[in-house]
Design a protein around this ligand. Structure first.
Ligand SMILES: [Fe+2]
Length: 362
């Protein structure tokens, strides 16, 4: 994914610096040629600073890009009806004030987003499976931890506290515990917490797309080996039975063309019609199909509910994920999608909230 971050950041920086430059230069008359040179130089400088400083500044840049894009559109709309009859200078001043305001708003939103990301909420759901025989079970579902230097200690502490206060009977980690920036040290800190929890209750884990790609200097095998050696039950297209319920941990989804790397639910859980069955799939996929074949519940993460405003709304509008967030019924399947405990790329969340999910299966 690193190869995508660099060109994307460069585009964002180029656009943002172009706009900042336009705002400053609207007070002066500068030849077009010079504008291009200064814009490119500004983009490279901003990009270099972002790469050096990292996450939060990248978040400011992302919000700047979004707001400047919105501003560009709005300014074009305003320009036509309100400024057509005025001289160009009035529009220049308006544009400068408007853009400076948006720039400050982008910074304020990022600062708020970093507080929002660190505030992990407990989301509770209560479900029951019709016509199936099983014992009531309380599940703690945690997805998308994306362990990093800024969130590892916080999420580890919250995990221990939540297990003590909520007293779940089963903990499920729904993938993306790591990403390309996760150090082995941080992964081990989580493994130690899981080790403590697994002495009392089972801890299940399925791989997410980022786990498959591995952490900082190590691969998916290391993640699986580390967790397994600390008492975690890693489900790779496998079933774990608990309280009369089959918990089916699926392999990570790749693409519609190449989904041969994971078995079908009918093969993994042949008694799905008569036995209580919960599917754990990092990405919310085939939710309707699960409901047609008799699955009772699916647990997923992956979407982060957008994480950065307004990405979640855009994804929902374009139907990028089968389900973006929350709880929804598809036939027999009660699908739950979590916004995740951590964040990706930057420790900032300006859409949705960070959460742990408690599911009471009654
Ligand atoms: Fe994720």
């Amino acid at each position: 994914m690193k190869f995508l971050i660099i060109p994307l950041s460069l585009i964002m920086m180029a656009y943002a610096s172009r706009f900042v430059y336009k705002v400053i230069m609207c007070f002066f008359d500068v030849p077009k040629k010079k504008k291009i040179i200064v814009s490119v130089a500004g983009a490279i400088t901003l990009f270099a600073i972002c790469m050096f400083v990292g996450g939060v500044l990248l978040a400011v840049a992302a919000h700047m890009l979004i707001f400047f894009l919105m501003a560009d559109v709005l300014l074009q709309v305003f320009k036509i009806p309100f400024f057509k009859k005025y001289d160009p200078t009035s529009f220049r001043y308006f544009k400068a004030v408007f853009s400076a305001g948006l720039f400050l708003f982008a910074i304020a939103m990022t600062v708020w987003g970093s507080f929002n990301a660190s505030d992990i909420q407990i989301k509770k759901y209560s479900v029951s499976f019709e016509g199936k025989d099983y014992d009531a079970t309380k599940v703690l579902f945690v997805s998308d931890i994306h362990a990093g230097d800024s969130n590892t200690e916080r999420i580890c502490r919250k995990l221990k506290d939540t297990c003590n206060t909520e007293k779940p009977q089963l903990v499920i980690i729904g993938g993306d515990i790591a990403d390309s920036s996760t150090s082995l040290e941080n992964l081990n800190l989580f493994a130690d917490v899981f080790s403590q929890i697994s002495k009392n209750i089972p801890v299940l884990f399925v791989c997410g797309n980022h786990d498959i790609m591995g952490g900082d200097g190590y691969g998916a095998e290391t993640i699986i080996r580390t967790l397994t050696s600390h008492g975690v039950i890693v489900l790779t297209d496998e079933v774990f039975e608990f309280n009369g319920i089959d918990f089916v941990g699926r392999n990570e989804y790749y693409s519609p063309e190449d989904d041969s790397r994971r078995k079908s639910i009918q093969i993994l859980a042949p008694n799905v019609k008569t036995k209580a069955t919960v599917v754990i799939d990092h990405q919310p996929k085939e939710l309707e199909k699960l409901g047609e074949i008799g699955v009772d519940m699916s647990l997923s993460g992956h979407t982060h509910n957008g994480q950065i405003f307004p990405i979640g709304y855009v994804c929902s509008l374009l139907g990028i994920n089968e389900m973006q967030y929350g709880i929804k019924r598809f036939g027999s399947n009660t699908a739950i999608v979590s916004s995740g405990a951590g964040t990706w790329g930057m420790d900032v969340r300006t859409q949705g909230h960070s959460e742990f999910v408690i599911v009471e299966i009654k």
